[in-house]
Design a protein. Structure first.
Length: 510
């Protein structure tokens, strides 16, 4: 293993705590370490203009346990609080959070890590507010309130009701402002390439800049994201075909720090063959664009039929509320020919599309045959699929805000468990989609204090980790908003633990 002493000419620096990665998880860790009295350095691979990682691209949803609208009103901005008489937010108890989390991960998630995320979720959001992060209700994310009558209550999904004001851009702007106020150093274009190890004790990191190497001696927090932006690692771990998918977020999450930590003896944990992937506009750029952030996502499919290029349905579009299904739907689309599909709406629901569909180019026609020709799919097959589906739709009241039980069981097709209405009212509107990868589920093993474990299941002194780079939290699927919360909860733990270790002098400069 490389040590600082083994490379003459290297530039040396010393801090109490060094944080690799300046996303939500890393900056929360940096602030927590600073609060605990440590001198902190944050290292970021991206240049300043591209800073903020996936967190900046995000919709800013933070899934936290809470007691309902009243408990959130104490947190959100005055502007957002004006919605209080028009929205409904049910309480989101820790038990419901745990049940939805476990169900989405098919109970493979580490129960101790999960418990920590859930139990500390609301307190962490409050802690972030005290550091200047502004919050708002997630009104307007899924359905444009302009399209809801004044008498109708706008119901927010209880687990997805809170988001950072200004979404990911606002979140990272508030966190960087807090870091700057605290006087924490941030070095850009400073990718961590290796850990400085003595046995299984981490004494800092090596940075590979354009013309120099720097060794930073400090207790270390790793927060450098997953490997979703690395086609070689995607292909290797997620499987054939994943090298070609579109990346929704930052191009800097290449798994380099994850690989360095494993070279240093850290243990891999979690679902290395799994990832968060969503329906994305088929014309999206290959990698996230900060001018668009998350505006190319297409999550209104519960009101639609989702069809592949053979005009066949392949998922239950209404299986559950969208925040509990969207993260696995990208994988289902990737498995279709050409990793291509389209969402088919009719006039009954096309006004309910998320506002961000305005960034897309819908294919619109007065009849299905014309639509099929425009989409270059078989018109006869499309008519058959829709006819069979329509014939199996029952009656009942459609409710866009909650699981309405309007179901269909078309023979030879997947069921549709909710929001199943006939597709029969022109104009017909289709949105072509593909698979967009968000982040990877496999990562480093940590204990419930964010300390990294080695391959002998021992705590590695001087090494802490948080965020996407950690494993054991998510398998197969994911409840929306749990990623940012996981990073923040474990960011605080990592930052506090690292500061404590550094200030106790246990693993500082030998
Ligand atoms: C479009 C989109 C929408 C999303 N919406 C939501 C949402 O609403 N709610 C939610 O909970 N989650 C959401 N997510 C997921 C969420 O953004 C991530 O899970 C979360 O931001 C991860 O935080 P992080 O700090 O671990 O990683 P990141 O924010 O990605 O930060 C990692 C940082 O490490 C840096 N880095 C990488 N390699 C190195 C290196 N070698 N050395 C130094 N630095 C390095 C990167 O440049 C980056 O800045 C979304 C993601 C995307 C892409």
């Amino acid at each position: 293993m490389l040590t600082a002493a083994s490379w003459p000419g290297i530039i040396h620096d010393e801090y109490d705590v060094v944080v690799a990665g300046a996303g939500n998880a890393g900056l929360v860790a940096a602030l927590a370490a600073h609060d605990a009295g440590a001198r902190v350095l944050v290292l970021e691979a991206a240049p300043r203009e591209e800073r903020g990682g996936n967190s900046r691209f995000s919709g800013g949803i933070f899934r936290c346990a809470h007691d309902g609208l009243e408990s959130l009103l104490g947190l959100v901005t005055a502007e957002s609080a004006q919605w209080k008489d028009r929205v409904r937010v049910d309480p989101y108890p820790a038990e419901q959070y745990a049940a939805e989390y476990n169900a989405s991960s098919r109970s493979r998630n580490d129960s101790q890590l999960t418990r920590r995320v859930i139990d500390e979720s609301f307190e962490t959001v409050r802690w972030m507010a005290a550091h200047g992060v502004r919050w708002e209700l997630s009104v307007g994310k899924l359905i444009d309130p302009e399209n809801i009558s004044a008498e109708e209550r706008y119901t927010l999904p209880a687990g997805g009701a809170l988001r950072a004001a200004g979404e990911g851009v606002g979140l990272m702007s508030d966190l960087f402002a807090a870091v700057e106020r605290a006087g924490i150093d941030v070095w850009y274009r400073s990718p961590v390439s290796d850990l400085l190890m003595e046995g299984s004790t981490c004494r800092g990191v090596l940075i590979q800049r354009a013309e120099s190497h720097h060794a930073i001696r400090a207790v270390t927090v790793l927060a450098a994201g997953g490997f979703e932006a690395n086609p070689e690692m995607r292909q290797r771990w997620l499987g054939p075909g994943w090298d070609l998918v579109k990346v929704r977020g930052t191009r800097y999450n290449t798994g380099a720090v994850l690989a360095a930590a494993m070279r240093a003896g850290a243990m891999p944990a979690g679902h290395w063959g799994g990832c968060h992937a969503v329906p994305l506009d088929a014309d999206s750029p290959m990698v996230g664009d900060l001018r668009l952030t998350d505006k190319m996502s297409r999550y209104s499919y519960p009101y639609a039929l989702l069809l592949n290029s053979a005009a066949e349905r392949f998922v239950d579009e209404g299986e559950n509320e969208v925040w509990l299904t969207y993260a696995k739907t990208g994988e289902a689309i990737r498995a279709q020919p050409g990793a291509w599909a389209f969402q088919l709406f009719d006039a009954k629901t096309s006004h309910l599309l998320e506002p961000r569909y305005s960034t897309g180019s819908p294919v619109v026609a007065e009849d299905l045959a014309t639509l099929a020709a425009l989409l270059e799919v078989d018109a006869g097959k499309l008519a058959d699929t829709v006819d069979i589906f329509n014939a199996s739709c029952g009656g009942g009241r459609f409710d866009p805000f909650s699981k309405d039980g309007l179901s269909a069981r078309p023979p030879g097709q997947p069921p549709k468990s909710h929001w199943a209405q006939r597709i029969d009212s022109p104009p017909f509107v289709a949105y072509p989609v593909t698979c967009g990868i968000t982040f990877t589920y496999g990562g480093l093993a940590v204990d419930d204090s964010a300390r990294v474990l080695d391959t002998a299941h021992r705590v590695m002194p001087g090494l802490h980790a948080t965020g996407e780079l950690t494993g054991g939290f998510f398998y197969h699927n994911y409840p929306a908003g749990a990623g940012l919360t996981r990073g923040a909860v474990f960011g605080r733990l990592a930052g506090e633990g690292a500061a404590e270790e550094a200030l106790a002098g246990a693993v500082g400069t030998p």
